[in-house]
Design a protein around this ligand. Structure first.
Ligand code: 3PG
Length: 233
């Protein structure tokens, strides 16, 4: 399946780092029940691969992605997990590894040169990381007319306040970040807070539902799309 098909109309990708499989299952279930089905589980904790396998098996609606891949060997390890996709920096050896494993891949770029390099390798939908530090929404806006065939999934420094700046852009397919899943002072994740943050986002095609619940006059139609989009306040 292509990365474009996996993203579909879904526009929010929580970037997750779990301490245990139980935590992964509880938080992922809360997110999926709140309408967020794209989940990036990062390889930043020792239990990450177990979490990916458990979430993919337990939640058939979830589209689980693997993040923070820094070594081609990690691609092979991710392959054994069902329904996963990869999301990481553009490195020729990583791109070759995901192609060999036939895994959908969202290569990461932070500059025009890197975007062109990814394009030359045949990729059309790219991760933009670290988004805020690399120019943010205005950088992506500058690329719309120059590289109109590229779509982006920015992450890094995105939050409730600036999410709309990205989602308004016609070349932004989805946005990612960790802001909707926060740890408290004790290191735990508050599931109710996670649900509340998730349900406040324009995350799915259920735009009508979202508008009915959350919006007053905050809905706009993004460039290049007839689909109305409701934005965070
Ligand atoms: C990522 O891997 O995409 C980032 O760590 C997410 O960045 P954020 O924590 O600033 O949202």
């Amino acid at each position: 399946m292509s990365i474009e098909a996996i993203l579909g109309d879904h526009r929010i990708v929580p970037v997750l780092a779990f301490k245990s499989v139980d935590e992964a299952l509880a938080v992922s279930r809360a997110l999926v029940e709140s309408g967020i089905v794209l989940l990036e589980i990062t390889l930043r904790t020792p239990v990450a691969l177990d979490c990916i396998r458990a979430v993919a098996a337990a939640l058939p609606d979830a589209r689980v992605g693997v993040g923070t891949i820094v070594d081609p060997a990690q691609v092979a390890a991710a392959r054994g997990r069902s329904r996963v996709w990869c999301r990481q920096a553009l490195r020729p050896d990583l791109a070759a590894a995901v192609r060999e494993c036939d895994l959908p891949f969202l290569p990461g770029v932070a500059t025009v040169s890197e975007a062109l390099a990814a394009r030359a390798l045949g990729f059309r939908t790219l991760k933009f990381f670290p988004a805020h530090a690399s120019g943010g929404a205005s950088f992506l806006a500058s690329l719309q007319d120059v590289l109109p065939d590229l779509g982006f999934c920015p992450t890094g420094g995105i939050n409730q306040t600036n999410a709309g700046d990205y989602l308004r852009l016609g070349n932004v397919r989805a946005i990612g970040g960790s802001w909707m899943v926060r740890r408290d002072a004790n290191g735990g994740i508050d599931l109710e807070q996670t649900r509340a943050a998730a349900e406040g986002l324009p995350h799915t095609t259920r735009v009508t539902d979202h508008c009915r619940r959350n919006c007053s006059s905050a809905c706009i139609t993004p460039r290049n799309s007839a689909r109305p989009l409701s934005l965070p306040p």
